[in-house]
Design a protein around this ligand. Structure first.
Ligand code: SF4
Length: 288
């Protein structure tokens, strides 16, 4: 066999090895990325029980550079379709793996305590407002509560375990007002609330849905006077009542008040507000 043939054989062997080697490396890195490159949300033990939500977050910050600065907890239909509640909070931005805790306010506690919460779908969203990136984790309400209850690693321990540079374990770094609200079924479209005087749902309330034509507006029920309206403890400041009847309800930063001299002649609107209240704290008595 000539020397040139042997040289060609060796070259071919080396090229084949190179190709196979590259394929194996590519497969392994792909599998590695799938297994370990996924964003991961860890529920951590909060330094104070109650409103505080502690969590750690890892993502591939080299592949998806972003300054993460917001956590949202969205609950779908905790009070029956079509309601959604969202509690969100911003914090000082992090551009790589981090752990922090944020004060989500009384809204979170109220929602966690609701009897229908366990079966509600919950979406935890970690995002960057500036970079438009968000990572979502969905689960049932019961699992969300379980993960909070079972969390045993503190923010400090998570930071030490992951050898992170920044430690933020004290009070929430930025005091942004907490907002929770009832959102549209599809943002910008359709009715937000299943209330008696919403023409789209009027058929349901009148018990005549089957016979009503699509989109037909049923006759509005007559209003009635009331003698008293009040708010019981537990308001989650969602603003629904003030949106419906601003002359009666005033939502402050931490509760809802009945305005001085509020009109009592339109009980139907007060009833709508009471039906829209996700935590059912609006009470009233009819006059007469
Ligand atoms: S009282 Fe008003 S603001 Fe408070 S939870 Fe009920 S609807 Fe929302």
């Amino acid at each position: 066999m000539s020397t040139s043939l042997i040289a060609m054989g060796i070259a071919l062997f080396l090229v084949l090895n190179l190709v196979i080697g590259l394929a194996v490396v590519s497969l392994l890195t792909g599998a590695f990325e799938t297994l370990f490159g996924k964003p991961r949300l860890a529920f951590l033990k909060a330094s104070q029980s109650g409103n505080t939500f502690a969590f750690g977050f890892k993502w591939n910050s080299a592949k998806e550079p972003a300054r993460i600065d917001m956590i949202k907890v969205r609950m779908f239909n905790p009070f029956g379709s079509p309601t959604q509640i969202e509690v969100s909070k911003t914090f000082e931005p992090f551009s790589s793996t981090f752990a922090t805790e944020v004060d989500m306010g009384p809204a979170l506690i109220s929602l966690l305590g609701h009897q229908n919460f366990d079966n509600a779908s919950v979406l935890v969203e970690v995002s960057s407002r500036k970079d438009g990136i968000s990572f979502q984790f969905d689960m049932k309400g019961v699992k969300f509560k379980k993960l909070i209850a079972q969390a045993s690693t503190t923010v400090k321990e998570y930071v030490a375990k992951n050898k992170l540079d920044v430690v933020k374990t004290s009070k929430p770094p930025i005091d942004i007002p907490i907002r929770s609200f009832i959102a549209d079924t599809v943002p910008g479209k359709g009715p937000a609330l299943k209330i008696a005087t919403n023409p789209v749902f009027a058929g349901d309330f009148a018990g005549a849905a089957a016979g009503a034509g699509a989109g037909a507006a049923a006759e509005k029920a007559p209003t009635f006077p009331i003698s008293k309206v009040w708010i019981e403890p537990g308001c989650i400041v969602c603003n629904a009542c003030e949106d419906i009847y601003p002359e009666v309800f005033e939502v402050t930063s931490d509760t809802c008040l009945i305005r001085a001299g509020a009109p009592l002649d339109d009980g139907l609107r007060v009833q709508e507000a009471a039906e829209a209240c996700p935590v059912e704290v609006i009470k009233f008595t009819k006059a007469g």
